[in-house]
Design a protein around this ligand. Sequence first.
Ligand code: SF4
Length: 469
Amino acid sequence: MMNERDDEHLRDACGVMGVQRHPEAARLCYLGLYALQHRGQESGGIVASDGQKLVRHVEMGLVADIFDKAALEPLKGSLAIGHVRYSTAGGSSLSNAQPLLATTTHGTLAVAHNGNLTNALTLRRQLEASGSIFQTTADSEVLLHLVARSTAPTLREAIVKALRQVEGAYSLVFCTKKELIAARDPYGVRPLALGRLGKAIVVASETCAFDLIGAKYVREVKPGELLYANGGGVKSFPFAQSPRQAHCSFENIYFSRPDGLIFGKSVYMVRKELGRQLAREAPAKADLVIAVPDSANVAAVGYAEESGIPYGLGLIRSHYIGRTFIEPKQSIRDFGARIKYNAVPEALREKRIVLVDDSIVRGTTSRKLVRMLRRAGVRAIHMRISSPPIVGSCYYGIDTPTKKELIAATHSVDQISGYLGVDSLAYLSVKGLLKACGGDQQRFCVGCFTDQYPIPLMDFAKKDVRPVC
Ligand code: SF4
């Protein structure tokens, strides 16, 4: 038995959703989480309030499997928040599944978090030293303890006080019996959007969650802003300012769905521009442009448009792979890649191809795909990557392998090209990435491409500490 772990991509850590003032809040949350499933597939959960009490349901697994009729039935009321999650090594357990729930002096409070706090460990040690007992290893629990201990006169002020003590990346939704609260870190690392559905207020990591429930996008939750909705509309409370922003550029490259808006722009248009920019920076003599589906499809369309080389479907991806599958007893070469992708020899035979992918993490799957394409009869493979080489880990909420596992951190482009067995290999430049995203290094984070990080790494600057979301 082998794990169908996607070793060729960084994995997003979480997606969040919140709904207020709607009689079917939990069901809308469920649908929103379904649309956000690509952001986390290990666990999911919803907390709902009927105005009297908060009810929580969390489980390991996919949203559609977790929430059947029986699971949704107790989640009554017009207010709900939800969460989907990936975990990093060692962090995968039901106790870490969110939303987390806690009792504070201001009443019961639930929280769902997308991101990663860079000083969570230090704060946790301080809190433990003064008597706090933690139930999970999730850093969002630190926030709950800070709120619970706060002497601020109102919940909103207690949350603001807590947020001012944490560092790192966070897009958060909280709910109490009657209030929905959303907040985003001052750098705006992870996305968080505000929408409306009639009188209902909705917040979600990505706007595709709004589309599924028929909600209208209003705007992004601003970096350093707390939105507070208690039934009488939404109020905005800026709580912190940052001299710069640090939107995660990888959201545009890979994580976010192309049918949504991120950081105020269409992901589809930005992703296509990444492909166009790549074609300008790294042209190739070829007969056909193909993508490693599905995540590189849009960048490949951009590359084809800019280069004038026809776009075709040379690789087909299966969408029906379970989380685990039985490997044949007699080993089949490249079995892991074959079960996910298959080549179309009729589209590829005797062609010189540009193979576009969004990133290379370890390189193992890319190498297998190259072998597959050779078997299908291609004459030459020019691999083009619509992101710069990944040379460092992410500390802001993305599950990244250790630096020594990142092929570009330890090998030159020529060495990687040789390892993959391609005729040529080129990556998008950092400058090209920022240009396509429509910003500069004062607006976007490119930390994993430059090993220079915009938010202090705090705990992670210590040698043996790895990010755990
Ligand atoms: S380090 Fe990379 S993945 Fe992490 S926030 Fe920055 S750009 Fe995104």
